[in-house]
Write a protein that binds this ligand. Structure first.
Ligand code: DIG
Ligand code: MN
Ligand code: MN
Length: 386
């Protein structure tokens, strides 16, 4: 019932189940797995696809011969397991060259190197079958605004993305870009810090139709925001090209916890939204196991991400079929049609009639909404007593 199937489109990055447990205050607690070993681990737990940063797959200092061997072995593993590669991205945050940003570095040589590296990474992603390309600007930010003009940085970022959109068009690639926001970490402040900011930025690009967003639960939570509201805005704009699922306590560093492991109710409302609108994209778990986990526990982490999604998907179906919940929703959204003449497109007549209409605001103010009753029913649904 809750076993993942390909149609669920559950994906994991090489860096997620391959996370070795290193953190800013401690060395790795797990041995590194090869991309081939990770593909087989993901196949074992029932994932549909695997994503990668260029250097998750090909070490930045690999020789051409090593590169070819790694690619061949990876393709073999994909063929043996049936896993696909829906998304790829560039690591523009680990190498010291990017310590002051990639597309927004003050150094024009670094900005040019970022384009160079990304074009090669795009080629690699397309070669492996990717149709979505993510940009997470982990180093695109500042610790002090003394040395970088945010306007100039925004122009450089726009210039870089416009160039790369042209490259994709020039190459004839069927590839869409998905921009991923994060408010801070590893930089003191990261530019374009929320999904909403990214949506505004996309409208300033030369090819906005090629560019959408990749919202991540943890990143909007770090900013203290309601993740589902940001996903809804992206969906409304036709820009939900990808999504990074995980979990996160508010006001903490980026925890990238197992999906649903912290805020179960907000995870439910997210799954409800995605299922209500019929989101047909990949459900990418950009998360990793606790540093204390061994690889058996890493598999439990990956299974838990997918199982929780499927459990919440069933709770969504129960919510939709629950007569008491649906009766409350009907009461809450009741419309006697008396305002219909004022709805829809503006007209001068409508405006005049509406201005002349007499409202009984005291009565309007007296009407209560049974949200406590409704929310308690959701809690009981999630606790399994409905
Ligand atoms: C971090 O949340 C970022 C990187 O892991 C990667 O670039 C992107 C793709 O999911 N998420
Ligand atoms: Mn994250
Ligand atoms: Mn992410």
């Amino acid at each position: 019932m809750y076993n993942p199937k390909p149609e669920h489109k559950f994906t994991f990055g090489l860096w997620t189940v391959g996370n070795v447990g290193r953190d800013p205050f401690g060395e790795p607690t797990r041995k590194a797995l090869s991309p081939v070993e990770i593909v087989h681990l993901l196949a074992e737990v029932g994932a549909y696809g695997v994503n990668f940063h260029d250097n998750d797959l090909i070490p930045i200092d690999a020789t051409p011969a090593e590169r070819d061997r790694i690619k061949w072995n990876f393709k073999q593993a994909l063929n043996e397991t049936g896993l696909v590669v829906p998304m790829a991205t560039t690591n523009l945050f680990s190498d010291p060259a990017f310590k002051d940003g990639a597309f927004t570095s003050n150094d024009p040589k670094v900005r040019a190197y970022a384009l160079h590296k990304t074009m090669h990474a795009i080629d690699l992603g397309v070669e492996m079958g990717a149709s979505t390309y993510v940009f997470w600007g982990g180093r695109e930010g500042t610790e002090t605004d003394a040395g970088k003009d945010p306007l100039e940085a925004g122009k450089w970022f726009r210039e870089g993305l416009n160039f790369l959109c042209e490259y994709v068009i020039d190459q004839g690639y069927e590839l869409k870009f998905a921009l991923e926001a994060k408010p801070n970490e590893p930089r003191g402040d990261i530019y374009l810090s929320t999904t909403g900011a990214m949506l505004g930025f996309i409208s300033t690009l030369d090819h906005p139709e090629m560019v959408g967003v990749n919202p991540e639960v943890a990143h909007e939570h770090m900013a203290g925001l309601n993740f589902t509201h940001h996903v809804a805005q992206a969906w409304d704009a036709g820009k939900l090209f990808h999504i990074d699922l995980n979990d996160q306590s508010f006001g903490r560093y980026d925890q990238d916890f197992r999906f649903g492991s912290v805020n179960l109710k907000s995870a439910f409302f997210l799954v409800k939204f995605l299922e209500d609108v019929g989101y047909d994209g990949n459900r990418h778990f950009d998360a990793h196991a606790y540093r204390t986990s061994d690889y058996e526990d890493v598999k439990a982490f990956a299974r838990g991400c997918m199982r929780t999604y499927l459990l919440l998907k069933e709770k969504h179906a129960q919510f939709s079929a629950d007569a008491q919940i649906q009766a409350l929703l009907a009461e809450i959204t009741a419309d006697d049609g008396s305002m219909d003449s004022y709805k829809g497109v503006y007209s001068g007549e409508k405006a005049q009639a509406l201005k002349a209409h007499t409202f009984d605001r005291v009565t309007l103010g007296k009407r209560g909404q049974p949200y406590e009753q409704l929310d308690q029913l959701v809690i009981e649904l999630l606790l399994g007593v409905r």
